[in-house]
Every structure is written in C-alpha cells, then in structure tokens.
Write a new protein. Structure first.
Length: 147
C-alpha cells in the first residue's frame, strides 16, 4: 500500500534564524514582567470565568462613573494598571495560542509521516532479515526492541 505523505515542509536557515530571533525578542520584552506559577499556585489562584470577567468589566465601568464610591483602601491606580495589562496580555495570548496550535498541528502531521515511514523501514528490514539478507539481522534486532 502506498503511503500518502500528509505534509512536506522545509525551513531555510534564514527562516529559522528569523523565528528564533523573534522568540528571543518576545522573551526579552517579557523578562521581569511575567511569572511562572507552581502547579499549586495555579490551583490556588485559578482563572476567572467569562461571567467573572464581565463582573470585573462592570466594576471598572462603575468605578469610572462613580469615583466617589471607590473605597479609599482600594488602590484604583493599581487596579487600572492591572486591568490594562491583563487586556494587553490577553490580546497577545490569543495570537500566540493560534500560532502554537498551528505549530502543534503541523508537528502532528510530521510525526505521523515520520512514524509511518519508520514502520515501513522496520517491516522491510524484518522481511529482509527473514530472507537472510546479509547485515539485516542486526538492524532488525535494533528495531525490534521497540515492539
């Protein structure tokens, strides 16, 4: 049965350098502005659901319209700073997630192609080994350990 190659791509050295440079630039911009939470911290802080995002948006809107009702112990300047940064990050995160999904999906197809071709090679070596073709028994034993 003939194999249908699902994808065929090639990156030039210049393209890979451009990608790596862009990733490094992103990393540089984010240095000191982002955090890495532990799994326990992620569970502790969680994420707010869409309903709660609407709640936060409404609170911001009402605080803007009614500044005299904002308690003096609430740091409104910090609230606004966090609110704006969250919006800025969310917008970029959506774009990055789209790129990540494209790369992951492309990798899936490449992995499929590679695995199918490796299986084809293995089956051929197995056949040749059974036919006592010189040098194939060692190759077969090296490959057979994966099954």
């Amino acid at each position: 049965m003939a194999f249908e190659n699902l994808i065929s791509i090639n990156f030039t050295t210049a393209e890979l350098t451009t990608l790596d440079d862009a990733l490094q630039q992103i990393k540089t911009v984010l240095r000191g502005k982002t955090v890495n939470l532990t799994p326990d911290q992620r569970r502790q802080y969680g994420s707010i659901a869409e309903q709660n995002k609407l709640f936060v948006n409404k609170a911001k809107e009402l605080m803007e319209q009614n500044p005299n009702h904002v308690p003096n112990f609430l740091d409104k300047v910090e609230f606004d700073k966090d609110y704006n940064a969250r919006q800025q990050i969310a917008n970029r995160l959506i774009r990055l997630e789209g790129l990540t999904e494209q790369l992951a999906d492309t990798k899936i197809l490449l992995d499929h192609d590679n695995y199918f071709n490796a299986l084809t090679f293995y089956r051929n070596i197995k056949f040749l080994s059974k036919e006592s073709v010189a040098g194939t028994t060692t190759l077969y034993k090296e490959m057979a350990q994966f099954f």
